[in-house]
Design a protein around this ligand. Structure first.
Ligand code: FES
Ligand SMILES: [Fe+2]
Length: 386
C-alpha cells in the first residue's frame, strides 16, 4: 500500500528498541570462507548460541552450542566425520544433533536419549546462513535474491559491520536517507527528498531523490559537465529482516542483518559497484581494488554511522522512558514492520513466545512492549492483508 510522503512529527514508541526478532527467517552468521573444513565457529543469533561446523567433505551444519550432557560449548570440541565430538567426555553428535557415540560405553549398550538442537543451514553469496526458528518452516522461506552476485559487470566488495545497538536502530540508519548531513565532509549526497513510500506485510520500500557532487560523485561516474551536480534516485527495499538499496544502476548494496542480542547487531554487506575500467584491466586489479574501495570509500561512511547508532543506543539505555520525535514516515513504517514481525511470530510459536516473554520480562518490558505492539498493529493500514 502507498503511504504519504509528507514529513511530519510523530513520537517514537520506544518499545521498538525492545522487541526480539522473528526467527522464522534466514539469518547470516559468518562469511563462508571463515569456516574451513574441520573447523567449528561459535555464533549467536538473537541470544541463541550456535556452533557452526564444516565437515572434511565441505558441508556446513549447525548445532546448539551446548552439549546435552553437561552444557559444554560444542565449538570447543572437534569435527569427526559428520559429527561434533564434545571435548569433555567425547560424546558425538551428528548433523541432526543426535548422540551417536559415547566412547566409554559398551558397544552393545543403548545410548541415552540426548540431542542437541540442530538448525537448517545453507551457504550462498559467500555467506553461511542459519534458520533459527521452526525448522519445519525453513523451506518456505527464501534468501534475498542477489542477481548482481553472478554478474561479471559488478565488482563485489564484502564488508562486515558490528554495531553495539539494537537492530531497529541499525535498520533505521540505512532507511533514513535524510542523514546525508552526517557525511557532508565525505562529499556524500545532499538535498534529499522522499518521493514514494510503500508498505507491505513484510517490507517497506522507499524512493528518495538525492544530489551528488564532488569527489565521490566523480568516482561513481555521476558528475555532469556543467555545475557538477547530479540528481539520482536511491531505491530502498527493506524486506524483513534484510535491506537492499540501489543507486540507479551505479551501485547496489545488500545488508544481511544478524541481530545478535538486544544491544548488538552485525551485518554482512555485499556492495556492488560498476567500475569504469575495461574488463581486461578490471580482472587483474579486482583483488587490489576491493580492499581500497572498502577502506577509502565505504568505511569512512560506516564509521560515522556506527558512532551515531551507538550514541543513540547509549542514550536510549540511560533513559528508556524518554520519547523521541521522528519526521520521516519511512522510519515509522519500518518500526511498524519490525514490531509486527515480532508480534506475529510470537502468536504463531507458543514455545518461542514463552522464551521471549521470559527474556523480556527479565528486562521488565514484555507486557508493555506487547501491548503497544498490538496497538500499533491495529493501526497498520495493511492489517487486512494479514
Ligand atoms: S559434557 Fe559433553 S560429553 Fe560430557
Ligand atoms: Fe550513513
Amino acid at each position: 500500500m502507498e503511504l504519504a510522503t509528507e514529513l511530519k512529527g510523530q513520537t517514537i514508541q520506544n518499545q521498538v528498541r525492545e522487541v526480539g526478532i522473528n526467527p522464522n527467517h534466514w539469518y547470516p552468521v559468518a562469511w563462508a570462507e571463515q569456516l574451513k573444513a574441520g573447523q567449528i565457529l561459535p555464533v549467536t543469533v538473537w541470544q541463541q548460541a550456535i556452533a557452526v561446523y564444516r565437515t572434511a567433505a565441505g558441508q556446513a551444519f549447525a548445532l546448539e552450542n551446548a552439549c546435552p550432557h553437561k552444557g559444554i560449548e560444542l565449538h570447543k570440541g572437534e569435527v569427526m566425520g559428520n559429527c561434533i565430538a564434545c571435548p569433555y567426555h567425547g560424546w558425538e553428535f551428528d548433523q541432526d544433533g543426535q548422540c551417536v557415540n559415547i566412547p566409554y560405553f559398551p558397544k552393545t549398550q543403548m545410548l541415552p536419549r540426548a540431542a542437541a538442537r540442530s538448525y537448517p543451514t545453507q551457504e550462498k553469496y559467500g555467506i553461511l546462513w542459519v534458520f533459527p526458528g521452526d525448522a519445519a518452516l525453513a523451506s518456505q522461506h527464501s534468501l534475498p535474491q542477489v542477481p548482481e552476485f553472478d554478474h561479471p559487470d559488478w565488482v563485489l566488495v564484502p564488508i562486515t559491520g558490528k554495531f553495539n545497538a539494537h537492530f531497529s536502530i541499525c535498520n533505521e540508519n540505512t532507511m533514513d536517507v535524510f542523514h546525508g548531513y552526517l557525511h557532508k565532509n565525505l562529499q556524500g549526497w545532499f538535498d534529499p527528498a522522499l518521493l514514494s513510500l510503500k508498505e507491505t506485510a513484510a517490507s517497506v520500500q522507499a524512493d528518495y531523490r538525492v544530489r551528488y557532487k564532488g569527489k565521490l560523485s566523480k568516482f561513481l561516474g555521476l558528475a555532469t559537465p556543467n555545475d557538477g551536480v547530479t540528481t539520482r534516485i536511491v531505491s530502498i527495499d527493506y524486506h524483513y529482516p534484510h535491506y537492499h538499496s540501489t543507486l540507479e544502476g551505479v551501485s547496489s548494496l545488500y545488508l544481511m542483518r544478524l541481530p545478535v542480542g538486544p544491544k548488538e547487531t552485525r551485518s554482512f554487506s555485499l556492495l556492488f559497484l560498476q567500475i569504469r575500467l575495461p574488463k581486461w584491466l578490471l580482472k587483474p586489479f579486482r583483488s587490489f581494488l576491493v580492499p581500497l574501495i572498502r577502506r577509502f570509500l565505504f568505511m569512512p561512511f560506516l564509521e560515522q554511522d556506527v558512532e551515531m547508532m551507538e550514541s543513540e543506543q547509549q542514550n536510549y539505555q540511560v533513559n528508556p522512558q524518554r520519547r523521541y520525535v521522528e519526521v520521516n514516515p519511512a522510519i515509522i513504517a519500518l518500526q511498524r514492520l519490525i514490531v509486527r514481525q515480532f508480534v506475529q511470530q510470537s502468536s504463531l510459536s507458543e514455545s518461542f513466545s514463552e522464551s521471549v516473554s521470559q527474556n523480556l520480562s527479565e528486562q521488565g518490558s514484555y507486557k508493555e512492549a506487547t501491548t503497544v505492539a498490538e496497538a500499533k498493529v491495529e493501526q497498520t493500514p495493511e492489517n487486512s492483508m494479514r
